[in-house]
Design a protein around this ligand. Structure first.
Ligand SMILES: NC(=O)c1ccc[n+]([C@@H]2O[C@H](COP(=O)([O-])OP(=O)(O)OC[C@H]3O[C@@H](n4cnc5c(N)ncnc54)[C@H](OP(=O)(O)O)[C@@H]3O)[C@@H](O)[C@H]2O)c1
Length: 389
């Protein structure tokens, strides 16, 4: 669990191995602009931005790609003369000019072009945090890291982060940078919510080891965890094809039986504690180790206000256990094997190894698992001691 209680947007936290202070909720702005058909119009976007800024929020997430550049342009207008107050983060990598192979990807040409375009749309001369939006599997890691470092040295960007990139690639890239004295990734931006927990296998342990900040995107699973959809909707959808009232046809994350089951559990916890499902789903993420700031989105001001109230309460252990039970994933091999009491004993010879009797500091998955979650082919942990409770 995170040691620091969260209370408000101006309860700032450090971004990984950097001195940068950021709010615990980052303003997601993929919904700023109606260009993709489902976003907020300019006035609503401004109202959400103003509400965020007036509560002390300082951390803004956008991308060159969002709503075809409209999100960046709107933010430039909203931020105006208050530029230095905000930690402004944007991204590059997705192709902005279909048909041009060099207008997308992680390589130096696209990176330099993209940063200049973003600076122009945002109306600023520097970006606080520059995200590589997705690993392209074609540009060599040393080209990416050296080019990012050059942008830092030129004062165009201040810090760098990696989004949608495998753990082994981030570890490789940061190792090269550490050896060469170049700028390292200080944060990862990953899809993470009660509905999608795959990052717990490799990315979260990697981030923990390297002191990298974890920023979950789509923490409400695109709205599924707010409890607005039901199994009945899914059955109707199967029978009749995508329905307009699902509102999600253009999203990557669609409701499934499993995700709706998790949403039901979130709803039931919310009812028991007098909170909304969105608040419970967001609050749960603050209990995950390494999570520094969440990036929820909102299309309406009421949604933003609702989400903000996720900061000022703590879920009790019984409710955490209930959420864990319904949402746990199989870590698979080798993790389940390595967590098992049998394999631990084979390695330690039955002795207690580590700074704590429960294996703390030894098993990378301790903080994210309960022993009951081992449903894979690997042997179940022999005791709660093996995988933590
Ligand atoms: N790095 C990446 O690749 C990546 C990818 C995706 C997103 N992101 C970032 O993450 C941010 C959030 O992504 P997301 O929009 O998918 O996140 P999300 O928070 O999981 O979903 C947001 C959507 O859920 C619904 N919603 C939000 N709050 C609600 C509430 N309190 N009650 C009911 N419904 C509510 C709204 O959609 P409806 O009103 O339509 O239901 C809203 O647009 C983006 O803005 C972007 O900055 C990054």
């Amino acid at each position: 669990m995170n040691a620091n209680p969260i209370t408000s947007l101006d309860h700032y936290r450090l971004l990984g191995r950097s001195g940068l202070r950021v709010s615990p909720l980052c303003l997601g702005t993929m919904t700023f602009g109606a260009d993709w058909g489902w976003g907020a119009d300019d006035d609503t976007s401004k109202a959400i931005f103003d509400a965020y800024a007036s509560r002390g929020g300082n951390f803004i997430d956008t991308a060159n790609f969002y709503t075809n550049g409209i999100s960046e342009r709107l933010l430039g207008e909203f931020i105006g003369p208050e530029r230095d107050h905000f930690v402004l983060a944007t991204k590059f990598a997705l192709n902005m000019r279909p048909g041009n192979p060099n207008a997308g990807g992680n390589h130096r040409k696209n990176m330099v072009r993209s940063v200049e375009d973003s600076l122009r749309r945002l109306g600023t001369d520097y970006i606080d945090l520059y995200w590589l939006h997705a690993w392209d599997f074609t540009t060599p890691a040393d080209e990416v890291m050296r080019a990012l470092d050059d942008l830092v040295r030129a004062g165009k960007i201040l810090h760098v982060g990696a989004s949608n990139t495998p753990a082994w690639k981030i570890a490789q890239a940061n190792t090269i940078s550490a050896l060469m004295g170049w700028t390292r990734f200080v944060a990862i931006q990953v899809e993470y919510s009660l509905a999608v927990r795959d990052v717990e296998r490799e990315l979260l342990p990697m981030a923990r080891e390297a002191g990298i900040a974890v920023l979950p995107w789509s923490p409400l699973a695109g709205g599924i965890l707010t409890g607005k959809y039901s199994l009945r909707d899914l059955c109707n959808q199967k029978a009749e094809g995508p329905q307009p009232w699902f509102g999600l046809e253009n999203r990557s994350l669609l409701p499934t039986e499993r995700r709706l089951g998790i949403a039901d559990a979130v709803k039931s916890v919310a009812k028991e504690i007098g909170r909304t499902p969105a608040q419970v789903a967001l609050n749960w993420l603050f209990t995950r180790e390494g999570v520094v700031s969440l990036i929820p989105g909102a299309r309406k001001l009421e949604q933003f206000e609702d989400n903000l109230a996720a900061l000022d309460f703590t879920l009790d252990p019984a409710h955490l256990r209930k959420l864990e039970a319904v949402s746990a994933i199989e870590l698979g091999c080798p993790h389940d094997d390595l967590c098992s009491g049998q394999v631990r004993d084979l390695i330690t010879g039955g002795a207690v190894v580590g700074s704590a009797a429960d294996g703390e500091n030894v098993l990378p998955h301790k903080c994210w698992r309960l022993p009951t979650t081992n449903t894979g082919n690997c042997p179940a942990p022999a005791s709660a001691v093996a995988c933590g409770t």
